[in-house]
Design a protein around this ligand. Sequence first.
Ligand SMILES: CC(=O)N[C@H]1[C@@H](OP(=O)(O)OP(=O)(O)OC[C@H]2O[C@@H](n3ccc(=O)[nH]c3=O)[C@H](O)[C@@H]2O)O[C@H](CO)[C@@H](O)[C@@H]1O
Ligand SMILES: C=C(OP(=O)(O)O)C(=O)O
Length: 426
Amino acid sequence: MDKIIVRGGRQLSGTVKVEGAKNAVLPVIAASMIASEGKSVLHEVPALADVFTIKEVLSHMNADVSFKDNTVTVDASKPLKTEAPFEYVRKMRASVLVLGPLLARYGHAKVAMPGGCAIGSRPIDLHLKGFEAMGANVHVGNGFVEVQADGRLQGAKIYLDVPSVGATENIMMAAALADGKTIIENSAKEPEIVDLANFLNKMGAKVVGAGTETIRIEGVERLHGVEHTIIPDRIEAGTFMVAAAITGGNILVKGAELEHLRSLVSKMEEMGVKIKEEEDGLRVIGPKRLKATDIKTLPHPGFPTDMQSQMMALMLNAHGTSVITETVFENRFMHVEEFRRMNAKLKIEGRSVIVEGPTTLQGAEVAATDLRAGAALILAGLTAEGYTRVTELIHIDRGYVNLAEKLASLGADIERVSDKEKISVG
Ligand SMILES: CC(=O)N[C@H]1[C@@H](OP(=O)(O)OP(=O)(O)OC[C@H]2O[C@@H](n3ccc(=O)[nH]c3=O)[C@H](O)[C@@H]2O)O[C@H](CO)[C@@H](O)[C@@H]1O
Ligand SMILES: C=C(OP(=O)(O)O)C(=O)O
């Protein structure tokens, strides 16, 4: 089992380039299956475990997929299978994003029903409600969800009870080939939704309003493969921004888009961090003394839940009491227990965590409970006394490419070791 071992105390400086966004590339690769003619060529694709999983899913479906030098090519013009077995959904919940494209193109799709995970129960009822409104029959049983339509889906007006990212994406993809107009109300507004809409539109779809709370999709007869560049990963960018802030360092995060990061930037500025927009990214300069603040996670443009645990690491180093309230997922505080192993003073009260800072964090053996929690433990390790050993890297590898190597290139005392190798530090 691999571990990342980090010794705290170094100030980080230099430049790091952000990869393409995991949460944009997964739906875009799924959407490439709708194209019944031509190839899609996707650039800036990060070499993440999740990308390899969705590539396997598409290959299983009979699409021709290749991945080389951050470019994925998908040719889905041959007839596709419409079932994805459990092994893929187990590895990655985003596998449910094949439902919309397959339903649109073939009127049928079947995938294993995703279970809960470390951050919450994560139902897909809103995805299914959308498909049903468009005329599909939904059957859930024996651990599978199957959706079936007689002929083309029908455009419909769909109100989402919560602005779910995945439901918005799945419905948008299904509606791209539906008969007539679909209106999604209370849709998610994340930048990744806009990227998917742009991709669909290049393929010949008619989607307007992505990035606002009402998306309108006029169905078309068919879509074709196109070339597309994935947007930068705002969560990876945010993770490096916290690395600069937590170590009192100075990092240029190349490719970070201010427009996608406004809530994070404003909270970090409240904490005393200097953030400047430069031509090719954001420069982040950590202060000598971080100030406490409060955050509440919300759908975009509110504060992203995927940055909550990294901010907790930062708040542990800030002077005063900070409060974090998690409203998106009901159980995204598994990292609290791990931070406590590092001497953190944290109290959970319902959906909030009270963070007493600053704490002298102590290195310890800790486990990544989800991908962002793993990144947050590494960030905490950058300021802890002694060695922090982070295990369960399988989670981190889902969402970060070479995180330890990139932090090392910025001056961190960090390395990734496998149990088979001789551990040279600690
Ligand atoms: C691959 C991907 O893009 N993952 C992101 C996506 O996940 P994902 O698309 O799964 O997240 P959603 O936006 O759907 O979930 C938000 C909330 O809605 C609830 N819900 C969702 C669907 C549904 O049918 N019913 C329902 O109740 C969820 O349980 C959760 O409490 O958005 C999350 C919220 O920004 C991010 O943390 C994830 O990184
Ligand atoms: C929760 C996340 O991803 P996923 O939805 O793929 O589990 C994340 O990226 O932080």
